[in-house]
Design a protein around this ligand. Structure first.
Ligand SMILES: [Ca+2]
Ligand SMILES: [Ca+2]
Ligand SMILES: [Ca+2]
Ligand SMILES: [Ca+2]
Length: 538
């Protein structure tokens, strides 16, 4: 996201554990041609942008992905979308929906963007806020779509905007057969098969990014939520249908930053008051970020997050657990001490988040993924087989013949198989790390049993230069802070949908850190979202 609050904890920690070695077994995962998700203008000046059309060829990054549990042909992704910057001056929440498994994509926005004068827009509780992003998209068991994000005002303005930072969830009812709506610069059309049904504030604060005399920012900034929905049948989980949101509340640039948790038991109409879940136990830390949620097949809720200490400079990955639908939480369990910091050779920031998934066949088998810096970054997974109390040794998922960067892991489980994808600079020349690809591997698939992982599959058809300076007027790199995959089991194979930010359409790629060139409409800021669907054998 465009704010710079997510990675205060850029310190080096100790790395004390041994590593298992991935195995290499024959082909098992087959990707398709990369599909361009963004409806842009192929680097031609195309006039007026709107939620359906990136006419000015601007940036999109930071992807979430979900496959509908009602119909695996329906896939959603979402991103920070800068297409309206020439009109509104800031980023908004781009929502992209496919009804053919990811072969084609409808583009729209969550309502409420600054020029949205529709009834849906003006009645939204985030109407009046200048920016929105940090997208997460999910489907409930009936196929309804939920879109979680943050919204805020970037500049310090006081009395006219009493609410200027929020975590929210927008709901789209599944309406099979309903046509795609029409978007203009003043309204966002409905995705095909969905009908927008309102937005609810989960948490709110007030923040000033440029308060006189204050370093960093003042106030409460509600940052980077993640969302999961309990998709279990009512007989399997007492919490079936619950919607869970976890996010980080930054209290000033130097204050505490607990992970807080909220739940909805009415389909997103209302949420419980957010409560801190990350500050207990003997290894308590007041500074946390990067939370992810997983729901077990019995309804147990797990949250993983990164903790960092301003006094000891140690960063760690931690997990907390609730067995009563998020009402009460156990003490945090620390499973890894990690190295963090800016990835060498990479111009975009590389913050560390934690990611968690639960085996759908066993509620006590839990996986956590993270990136660890020891000279270069690699992607690691750890597993618990006793409900998160004890954790096995870290397993390095990626091979790394050239000591390049492996970053931004994303994990999910389908039918006992663990799927992992990440950004990878292994195809850069020599010691450079400028060429970015997406790679994929799995465990408990294709004859591999954890801790063995499959051979790695290159998802991207072409590499892209991740170091293009697309932000700050041509002075700064930014590539989003995460990517995501989702997986579904068909009865014969796993379907794995991945989406990522990509610079292949950026022309020319600005590598000069001096200011400029100014943004044009013909491609020098044309970062886009691309996606692929892999078919993976059991
Ligand atoms: Ca591909
Ligand atoms: Ca590496
Ligand atoms: Ca420049
Ligand atoms: Ca674009």
């Amino acid at each position: 996201m465009a704010c710079n609050l997510k990675y205060f904890g850029l310190v080096l920690g100790l790395f004390v554990f041994g590593l298992a070695v991935p195995s290499a077994i024959g082909s098992h995962a087959v990707g398709g041609a990369d599909v361009k998700v963004i409806n842009d203008n192929n680097n031609i000046d195309g006039g007026t942008p709107n939620p359906s059309f990136d006419a000015n060829n601007r940036q999109q990054n930071e992807t979430s992905v979900a496959i509908s549990s009602a119909d695996t042909d329906i896939v959603a992704t979402a991103a920070n979308d800068y297409r309206m910057v020439p009109v509104t001056g800031d980023v908004w929440y781009g929502l992209y929906v496919s009804d053919d498994g990811g072969s084609s994509w409808f583009n729209t926005f969550v309502p409420g963007f600054p020029t949205d004068t529709s009834a849906a827009g003006t009645s939204s509780p985030i109407s009046g806020l200048g920016a929105s992003g940090d997208p997460v998209v999910r489907f409930d068991a009936a196929g309804n779509m939920l879109a979680a994000g943050i919204a805020f005002n970037r500049s310090f303005v006081a009395s006219d905007r009493p609410l200027d930072t929020a975590v929210y969830v927008a709901r789209y009812n599944y309406t099979p057969g309903s046509p795609a709506g029409t978007s203009t610069a003043n309204r966002a059309g409905n995705p095909p098969n969905f009908t927008y049904a309102g937005t609810t504030i989960v948490d709110r604060g007030a923040v000033g990014f440029a308060v006189p005399g204050v370093v960093g920012f003042a106030g409460l900034f509600t940052d980077k939520e993640w969302m999961e929905i309990d998709l279990n049948a009512p007989l399997a989980s007492p919490c079936a249908g619950s919607i869970y949101v976890a996010h980080t509340n930054f209290h000033g640039a130097q204050g505490s930053s607990p992970i807080v948790f909220s739940r909805s038991t009415d389909g997103g109409a209302t949420f419980s008051s957010p409560r801190a879940i990350s500050t207990g136990g003997s290894s308590t830390t007041q500074a946390n970020e990067g939370a992810d949620i997983a729901v077990a097949p019995d309804g147990t809720v797990y949250v993983a997050y990164e903790a960092f200490s301003r006094s000891t400079r140690a960063n760690s990955i931690n997990v907390v657990k609730s067995t009563d639908c998020g009402r009460h939480w156990g003490q945090p369990v620390r499973l890894a001490t990690i190295g963090t910091g800016q990835a060498p050779g990479i111009a975009f920031r590389t913050p560390t988040f934690a990611f968690i998934a639960v085996d759908n066949t066993n509620p006590n088998v839990v996986y956590v993924a993270y990136q660890h810096l020891a000279g270069d970054y690699d992607v690691f997974v750890q597993r618990s087989t006793n409900g998160g109390q004890g954790w096995g040794a870290p397993v390095q998922v990626n091979t790394d013949p050239g000591a390049h960067q492996q970053l931004f892991p994303t994990i999910e489980v389908s039918n006992h198989a663990l799927h992992v994808a990440w950004y990878d600079t292994r195809n850069s020349a020599g010691t450079a790390n400028d060429q970015v690809d997406v790679y994929y591997a799995c465990s408990n698939c294709a004859g591999n049993v954890y801790p063995a992982f499959s051979h790695e599959t290159r998802v991207t058809d072409v590499s892209h230069n991740g170091n293009c300076l697309l932000f700050g007027g041509g002075t700064a790199g930014f590539h989003g802070d995460y990517i995501e995959l989702d997986a579904a089991w068909t009865g014969a194979n796993h379907l794995v949908n991945v989406a990522w930010a990509d610079h292949r359409d950026v022309s020319p790629c600005d590598l000069d850190p001096a200011p400029g060139p100014p943004s044009n409409n013909t491609g020098n800021r044309n970062e886009n979202i691309y996606a692929d669907r892999l078919t993976v054998s059991p």
